[in-house]
Write a protein that binds this ligand. Sequence first.
Ligand code: ADP
Ligand code: MG
Length: 368
Amino acid sequence: MPRIEIAGVSRRFGTGHAALDGLHLIISIHELLTVVGPSGSGKSTLLRLVAGLDKPDSGTITIDGRDAGALGPQERDAALVFQNQAPFPYLNGRENLAFGAKARHVPLAEVRDRVDSIADFLGLEDCLGRMPATMSGGEKQRLALGRALVRRPSLLLLDEPFSNLDTPLRVYLRAKLAEAHRRFGMTTVLVTHDQEEALAMGDRVAVLNEGRLEQLGRGRDLYDRPANRFVAGFIGNPPMGCLPVDLELRGEAVVLVFPHGGKVEVDSPACAAVLRASGRSSLHLGLRPEHLHLVQDGSLSSGPELSMRVLSVEDRGLDRIARLGRPPEEFWIRLPPGHEPGLDDAVQVHMDLEKASWFDQRNGSRLS
Ligand code: ADP
Ligand code: MG
């Protein structure tokens, strides 16, 4: 199974901003790497370059130390699965599943065994004798994944393969892909715009934005310690809220001055340490929903509080989420059961500053 090294790769189409801009990334042997970013961030461009369908303008991509562009398809041994991948219309399910393996001269008895096993694995038994015209979108997408798995490539490249599926099928296929990856151990790159899918699936997650790598790491680390404000806002749903704050050290305590008035003196070693290390007095304060607690009538809060207005309330089944603040500064909070604030109500919120993220106001990068 290959190791892929992407070194300073740029790719530009026309005169606009670069689709990929000096990207450095190493994909380890057997790894399942997810690549996540908004639409247009360069994800498909990256995958096409790794697949050898396109060449970088500058920089190099090597697969096990060999230039990806110079490798023939056999040597690269990569299977690419993309969104809405059409099966061969004139081949039935079984022939579609067998196609890639046959083309690579896998013995026919072996192909038959693999097709039966993958059809069973993906619940495609009913499709084996049917033509694609009679299959649903979900069956066709499973067929595309199945065709790649029957081939047993050493490198599996997936470009938003589940984006157009309904939620139960998407969840089912994510689990199946994870299981196939554990079973066959192929180096896998899964591209998605869905941060939840990226976190759920990836051994590591690469966050792309405008052709640049914003952060690479385990999903948990991206969530807990986003490298900058972009990652803080992109990873997590609801996202991390951010607010500009002026700070001032007063002995061991820190005074926080909020933009819309309000001042609070806190005894927060974490906050004092960031302030000392950064040497700046104006920072962005980032808080996830679990770092904010509604101060309910009659309950005593110890520590820093902020008064915010309720902008909207969303029912999400397990959680009810309130969006608080004054745009563009917004925070999200999980409402405790039985609490029904109305729109535009003022609420008191307790902040857990020991868990906060702090960002540089000039460039948005993390300071702690
Ligand atoms: P993503 O997959 O993250 O949505 P893409 O890699 O498809 O993003 O595209 C990145 C940028 O490059 C976009 O601005 C897109 O319009 C541009 N781009 C990609 N492929 C081409 C192409 N063949 N010709 C012109 N522009 C392209
Ligand atoms: Mg794309």
